[in-house]
Design a protein around this ligand. Structure first.
Ligand SMILES: CC(C)(COP(=O)(O)OP(=O)(O)OC[C@H]1O[C@@H](n2cnc3c(N)ncnc32)[C@H](O)[C@@H]1OP(=O)(O)O)[C@@H](O)C(=O)NCCC(=O)NCCS
Length: 406
């Protein structure tokens, strides 16, 4: 079979999906045929999740039953809470989430049942419990008492309640809900692909979700929203935006929250979020941060070389100020993304298993061939013999990629 080399797999189709459709050139995203802008304006996270998992919008009765099932399983097993209590308080929340999503499987008797029915039940538990896992770790690390889930609230409302111990206002609940809708699915992005690779080995849904959380963590994927906020806080003031961004561009550094592997037009998730973020920022006294974001966008969009490369704001750019305005700690931003994307990850895993094929690409071998195996006493150290980068090389590669991704 002739092999194509496609580093980064940008030109490879590795799965069929009926969950979401993206046209990167036109800036289109649809969940099961419904464009993201109308879902963000009119739908809820519960309804969008149902849509992704069923391929159609629910009736009122279906949505009520689905919402009730989510609310019914947001409790965490007390033994799992003890396990989370054992995670060092200094652990990054995304790392704690990776551990606790994995641990969810220990307390689910259906963990290894890969029947579609069991996987749908586990998908429901994963979506309902992920916000609880994040809130429990956050409160434990801050030495605060835990807050029991409130089964009368939406996923977004319950998350804010469990995190803060205060009833969220309708506006706060809506703001988080919109972000959850916008992040719920996005084609074969890196973490969804990782989840599909894991489930395709006929592993289990908890393993796939754990893989996905670990993949989402990186700053080139879900970690960008936190870096956007760090950048805004580092700039500190509207008057300093121009100097800061122009210097960064002159140093050929990346502006976090801009650019996308698929979108070479405006990210359709950012369109509504931009106006919405303004309202939330204004309601919470954070308009200055929003205005800094707008100025950054103006500067980036005025760079002909970046426009040529299709660099526009992505969803992370305006979700950063929205999360900040909701009072979320910066290191929880990517966790919120994970809580939302759990819906897409689970849906993709169930879809993968319905027509499964092991995902196993090739690597282009670049090392030597036919070497003679020498007994250990006869071996000489050769500077060129290493097939993987030495520690020193690896460190300089990492530093280079950090510099270019900041
Ligand atoms: C998302 C991202 C990884 C997509 O990467 P990709 O499709 O592999 O594209 P590349 O990294 O090859 O970048 C293509 C070109 O655009 C430039 N570019 C990409 N993102 C850029 C950014 N945010 N700021 C400035 N330049 C950028 C690159 O420097 C590169 O230029 P070159 O061809 O002259 O070397 C990339 O745009 C990025 O790093 N963005 C910042 C992180 C971010 O916001 N991630 C969240 C995504 S939702």
């Amino acid at each position: 079979m002739p092999l194509n080399i496609d580093k980064g797999l940008a030109g490879t189709v590795a799965a069929d999906t009926a969950l979401s459709f993206i046209d990167g050139a036109k800036g289109v995203l649809e969940y099961a045929g419904y464009d993201i802008d109308s879902l963000a304006r009119n739908s809820t996270f519960e309804e969008s999740t149902w849509l992704l998992w069923n391929g159609r919008l629910p009736t009122a009765a279906e949505l009520t039953a689905f919402t009730a099932s989510l609310q019914a399983c947001s409790d965490l097993d007390p033994r799992l809470i003890e396990l989370i209590r054992g995670i060092p308080k200094t652990t990054a929340p995304m790392d704690a989430l990776r551990t606790s999503v994995s641990a969810l499987g220990h307390f689910d008797p259906e963990a290894d049942d890969n029947s579609p029915e069991a996987n749908r039940r586990k998908a429901l538990r994963l979506v309902a419990r992920t916000p609880a896992l994040i809130a429990v770790f956050d409160r434990l690390r801050k030495g605060k008492p835990l807050v029991a889930p409130d089964r009368s609230l939406s996923v977004a409302g319950n998350f804010l309640w469990m995190l803060t111990g205060a009833r969220p206002t309708a506006a706060m609940e809506k703001a988080l809900d919109v972000c959850l809708v916008l992040h719920a699915d996005h084609g074969l992005n890196a973490s969804t692909f990782a989840a599909r690779v894991t489930i395709a080995t006929q592993s289990d849904l908890y393993s796939a979700a754990t893989t996905a959380v670990g993949t989402l963590k990186g700053p080139l994927h879900g970690g960008a929203n936190q870096e956007v906020m760090e950048m805004l806080l580092e700039i500190g003031d509207l008057s300093k935006v121009d100097g800061y961004i122009k210097e960064k561009l002159a140093r050929k550094e990346r502006i976090m929250g801009f650019g996308h592997r698929v979108y070479k037009a405006y990210d359709p998730r950012a369109t509504y979020l931009k106006t919405f973020a303004k309202q939330v920022a204004s309601d919470t006294g954070n308009l200055a941060l929003y205005e800094m974001s707008r100025r950054i966008e103006e500067i980036v969009l005025a760079q002909p070389n970046l426009i040529e490369k299709g660099i526009f704001p992505n969803v992370d750019f305006y979700s950063a100020t929205t999360y900040y305005s909701l009072g979320l700690d910066l290191d929880l931003f990517t966790c919120v993304f994970a809580a939302s994307r759990m819906s897409g990850w689970a849906g993709h895993c169930i879809e993968q298993l319905a027509a499964n094929k092991l995902i196993r690409p090739h690597a282009d071998y670049t090392g030597p061939h036919g070497l003679r195996y020498a007994p250990i006493g006869e071996r000489a150290v050769s500077a060129t013999s290493s097939t993987i980068p030495s520690a020193r090389q690896a460190m300089s590669v990492a530093a280079g990629s950090n510099a270019s991704s900041m």
